[in-house]
Write a protein that binds this ligand. Structure first.
Ligand SMILES: *Cc1c(COP(=O)(O)O)cnc(C)c1O
Length: 371
């Protein structure tokens, strides 16, 4: 059955609340870059993440870039990045002049393999390399084993772009390491249409990022510059949208979790099919991903993807590992084959909190029709 309404992987979930906050911000006159909604959004995100400081920026990528700069990462450094991530994690390293190196993942969750990170750090140091940072990614909304990574003696920057509202070991995503980056891009768990935030417990690091994000302007009238800065601040209007979204975060997570449980039930009887990271109870359930062992299931994940595409339902392979990307072909990597297997066998299913019961039913009818 074809209908006119395409079902997307993770579309924005916008209500009258966002409209009200945005109109109020416009009417308040605070249209110029900063303002009270940005201040309030920073305070509210910091409270949610359990960090003392937050700096609103134009994207998650900008948050990663600024955090690395403020941590002193630069040319000559190696930075350990999971191979199974979105390119922005690695690209931010390249922006600083440092070199990303890639580490494989746990087969069950897709999150970075901590023992392999330890090995990579030891190997790099033995070769005389300075390890500027490790950037664990909280993949698909489930925290990596960040507490164990904190115990390694290397600066940690948490890429929590997908994980706002998630927790692990009783700690919120964003609260691990020296700093963390959040994203409010259009397909993330909450969105400002585009935006991000740097969260940290380190006041000096937050101040440095705020300064670099506003063109590194010295506090004098004549625009004195002692550093190269960036135009990376989040606008007050978008922060107002973010506040509305944040006020609805718990409900949106509950809706995504409910949908994940429905997928789990739908595939429970299917041999060779599992939900990636199903045991991660602190996940915000940003994306539900299945991994399909074709030898047991008799069908490949990609074939289900094609079937659903025929019903105007979007799915996506998992991130293509960085070590397989043409642009990072020359990078050094520590691999087990786990990320390659997830890339070959994984499929991300529609996971948006805005999906109505009717839209959800269309997905499950289509899945029923596949088997
Ligand atoms: C989305 C994402 C980013 C980048 O965030 P933007 O706001 O799009 O710049 C970085 N890392 C990961 C893991 C992401 O999923």
């Amino acid at each position: 059955m074809k209908t006119n309404t395409r079902i997307h992987l993770s579309a924005p979930d916008i209500s009258g609340t966002e409209e009200r906050y945005l109109v109020n911000a416009l009417r308040s006159g605070w249209v110029a870059p900063v303002g009270p909604d940005l201040d309030a959004f920073e305070t509210e995100i910091a409270r949610r993440c359990g960090t003392a400081h937050a700096v609103g920026v134009s994207s998650g990528t900008a948050a990663l870039h600024l955090a690395l700069l403020a941590m002193g990462v630069g040319p000559g450094d190696a930075v350990v990045v999971p191979t199974l991530t979105f390119a922005a994690t690695a690209n931010a390293v390249v922006y600083t002049g440092a070199e990303p190196v890639f580490v494989d993942c746990e087969p069950d969750t897709g999150n970075v393999d901590v023992a392999l990170v330890e090995r990579a750090v030891a190997d790099l140091r033995r070769d005389g390399r300075h390890v500027g940072a490790v950037i664990p990614v909280d993949l698909f909304g489930a925290c990596a084993d960040n507490a164990r990574l904190e115990a390694l003696d290397v600066p940690l920057l948490e890429d929590a772009a997908e994980a706002l509202g998630a927790s692990r070991d009783g700690r919120q995503a964003g609260s691990f390491g020296r700093a963390a980056a959040l994203s409010f891009n259009g397909n993330k768990i909450i969105t400002t249409s585009g935006g991000g935030m740097l969260v940290t417990g380190d006041a000096a690091l937050a101040a440095r990022c705020r300064y670099l994000a506003t063109q590194a302007r010295q506090p004098v009238a004549h625009y004195e510059h002692a550093d190269i800065g960036y135009n990376y601040r989040l606008s007050n209007l978008l922060a107002a949208v973010g506040r509305a979204q944040l006020s609805r975060l718990d409900g949106m997570i509950a809706r995504r979790r409910q949908l994940r449980e429905r997928y789990a039930k739908a595939f429970a009887g299917a041999p060779g099919v599992r939900i990636v990271g199903e045991a991660e109870h602190g996940s915000n359930c940003w994306l539900t991903v299945i991994a399909v062992d074709e030898r047991e299931s008799g069908w490949a994940a990609a074939r289900l993807g094609e079937h659903l595409a025929g019903h105007d339902i979007e799915t996506r392979p998992v991130w293509k590992p960085m070590h397989q990307q043409p642009v990072y072909r020359a990078a050094r990597s520590w691999l087990t084959g786990a990320a390659d297997r997830l890339f070959a066998t994984g499929l991300a299913l529609p996971s948006g909190s805005q999906l109505t019961d009717t839209a959800q039913q269309r997905i499950f009818d289509a899945i029923d029709g596949f088997r």
